[in-house]
Structures are given as C-alpha cells and as structure tokens.
Design a protein around this ligand. Structure first.
Ligand SMILES: NC(=O)C1=CN([C@@H]2O[C@H](COP(=O)(O)OP(=O)(O)OC[C@H]3O[C@@H](n4cnc5c(N)ncnc54)[C@H](O)[C@@H]3O)[C@@H](O)[C@H]2O)C=CC1
Ligand SMILES: O=C([O-])CC(=O)C(=O)O
Length: 328
C-alpha cells in the first residue's frame, strides 16, 4: 500500500538553493524512493512570479512521488500541516561579507516564522535551518517557538561535514563513500572546527593514512572553513547544489537513521555535552535512530581540539547576543 504523503516546507523556494532542492525532494532523495511528498513552497511577494514558475516546472517534470504543490507568499498557508520544514529563506552572503553581516537581515525573519511554525505545523514537525547565520537563526526560531521541542530544531552543518569528507577523499585518492566519521564542531562559519581525529578511510585512521599532521591541522581545516567563501568567489553566488544535497542528507539520516558505525554532523541544541555551553545551537557528531538524533558521547578531545571547540562556542555566544540586539 502506498504511504501517506509527507508535507515538506521549503522557504525561500524561489532562490538558488530552493531551485536545486525541490526537485531532489520530489524525486525521493530526501525521504526515500517510496515516500510520496507534498511540497509547500514559501517566498516573499517580489519573488511570487518566479515561485509560480518553479511550481510550473515541478508540474512539467511529472515526478511520480509528488502528490501536490502549494506555492505561496502567505506564511500561514505555507506552514499549515507541514511535517518537515527546511528553512532556506533569507538573504545570502555576497562576496566580501562575513556571516555576521547578514545577521540583522535574517534573525527577524526567523523570529516571525517561528510563531507560524509553532501555531500551524504538524505536531512533531522536524525543522532544518539552512539560511545564515544558520545556528543563530535556528536558536532564534527555537526561542520564539517554545512549544516546539528543542530536539526538533536543527541547523545545517552537513555541507561542512561533506566538504571535509571530500577533501580527505581527494587527498587520499579514495572513494568519498570510504571516508567516514569526520566531525564538524560548532558554528557554520569560518570558526567551525573540522576534526579528523576519529575519522577513518577504508577502515583505517585518517591521521595514519595522511601522515601529514601539519596539513591536517592547518590547510585542511582552513580549506573546509573557507569553502563557502571560495565558492562565492568562483561562482559569484553561494553554494547551492551542494547545500541542497546536504540538506537532503541531513533530513534523510535524521528520519531514516544513520548507518551502523557511522555518525554525521548536525547543528543541535547543546545539552552541555563536551563542555559546550548549554543553550547554543552547536554542531556535534550525532547518530540517528527512530527519527531522533543523539550526540555521540565519550570521544577523547585533545588540547588542540579543545581550543578550537571553545573558540567556535565563543563566537556562537557572541552571535546570540548580537541577534538579540538586532531584535530589540
Ligand atoms: N547552512 C549552509 O550550509 C548554507 C547556507 N546558505 C544560506 O542559505 C540561504 C539561501 O541561499 P540562496 O538560496 O543562495 O539565496 P537566494 O537569495 O537565492 O534565495 C533566498 C530566497 O529567500 C527568499 N526570502 C527572503 N526573505 C524571505 C522570507 N521572509 N520568507 C521566505 N522567503 C524569503 C528570497 O526571496 C529568495 O528567493 C542564505 O542565507 C545562504 O547564506 C547557503 C549555503 C550553505
Ligand atoms: O558561505 C556562505 O555564505 C554560504 C554558505 O553558508 C556556505 O557555502 O557554506
């Protein structure tokens, strides 16, 4: 028997990431090849015509799993009954801007949309915030939607995680699928800490295979931290297909589960694990089962890592303060 459709909201759906993401969802890349979906697409009035164009293309593509499309500029209509919300709407960073620069534009959007999700989304709706500053937008969404359980509100650091896998795979000349258990700690920003201390490639420790700690502790980290800026420099637009694909990975693993022995990175509400201050949305290694994520516990943390994990936590605390000052 065919499954009931899942309603998936994509905000900012007329934008670049939206354009890459909605066909992936409609093809079953996010929720599986046997899961019908109804897409809810939200954008703002200046983008209404473009949004309608995306809807027309979704109809034209005749996706067998796509059971309906709601394309709207009305946030209540967009949020009503959704089971999954992928929050991409907002203003992207342009060349030369730091993520902090986009803060004031975006946090007020997340405050407003928090209330709509809280009132109108389906019970147990899972939320993924993609728009930058992703961790802080997610935190604002959480704080202004107090009835949504905090475990249901996450942000995207899977793109950074996948970038780290990609760098190691290129360096070792192995399949990316043979590299696993890298970790992105902290903020989706240039202060993030991509950590390979527990990572393996073809079953062996990455550090032993790479045999170049100077590269792993230096250029590897900065390449991953700065990859977003490098894409903007090259394309003149920020990452879109990789962001969309990683958003699908994030939701798929959250809903369907992570493979045995593998963890992924997700921005989640800190409970104080690894001495990360509670009350921040911070990227941790997590495993997922039965639709719930759990922070991987007990990994040994060396002094080098500790400093980097603390620095990115510090930035998130500052962002939180700045976000509140933008809202007041
Ligand atoms: N977490 C991550 O890994 C990544 C995050 N990003 C972020 O994702 C966001 C979207 O990026 P793009 O698609 O490239 O930008 P874009 O500018 O192409 O699209 C954003 C869309 O959001 C819409 N929008 C603006 N305000 C809105 C509101 N209040 N409600 C609904 N929609 C609204 C815009 O009209 C536009 O269509 C940016 O904040 C970008 O920085 C981008 C890449 C990776
Ligand atoms: O760097 C940016 O502004 C876009 C982004 O978040 C990324 O590509 O990681």
């Amino acid at each position: 028997m065919e499954k009931d459709p899942v309603r998936v909201l994509v905000t900012g759906a007329a934008g670049q990431i939206g354009y890459a993401l909605v066909p992936m969802i409609a093809r079953g890349i996010m929720l599986g090849p046997d899961q019908p979906v109804i897409l809810h697409m939200l954008d703002i009035p200046p983008a209404a015509e473009a949004l309608n164009g995306v809807k027309m293309e979704l109809v034209d593509a005749a996706f067998p799993l796509l059971k309906g499309v709601v394309a709207t500029t009305d946030v209540v209509e967009a949020c009503t009954g959704v089971n999954i919300a992928v929050m991409v709407g907002g203003f992207p960073r342009k060349e030369g801007m730091e993520r902090k620069d986009v803060m004031s534009k975006n946090v007020s959007i997340y405050k407003a949309q928090a209330s709509a999700l809280e009132k109108y989304a389906a019970a147990n709706c899972k939320v993924l915030v993609v728009a930058n500053p992703a961790n802080t937008n997610a935190l604002i969404l959480k704080e202004f939607a107090p009835s949504i359980p905090e475990k249901n509100i996450t942000c995207l650091t899977r793109l950074d995680h996948n970038r780290a896998l990609g760098q190691i795979s290129e360096r070792l000349n192995v399949q990316v699928s043979d590299v696993k258990n890298v970790i992105i700690w902290g903020n989706h920003s240039s202060s993030q800490y991509p950590d390979v201390n527990h990572a393996t490639a073809v079953g062996k420790p990455v550090r032993e295979l790479v045999k170049d700690d100077e590269w792993l502790n230096g250029e590897f980290i900065t390449t991953v931290q700065q990859r977003g800026a490098a894409i903007i420099k090259a394309r003149k637009f920020s990452s879109a297909l990789s962001a969309a694909s990683s958003a699908c990975d994030h939701i798929r693993d959250w809903v369907i589960g992570t493979p045995e022995g593998t963890w992924v990175s997700m921005g989640v509400y800190s409970d104080g694990s690894y001495n990360v201050p509670a009350g921040l949305i911070y990227s941790f290694p997590v495993t997922c089962k039965n639709g719930e994520w759990t922070i991987v516990q007990g990994l040994p943390i060396d002094e080098f890592s500790r400093k980097k994990m603390d620095a990115t936590a510090e930035e998130l605390s500052e962002e939180k303060a700045l976000a509140y000052s933008c809202l007041s």
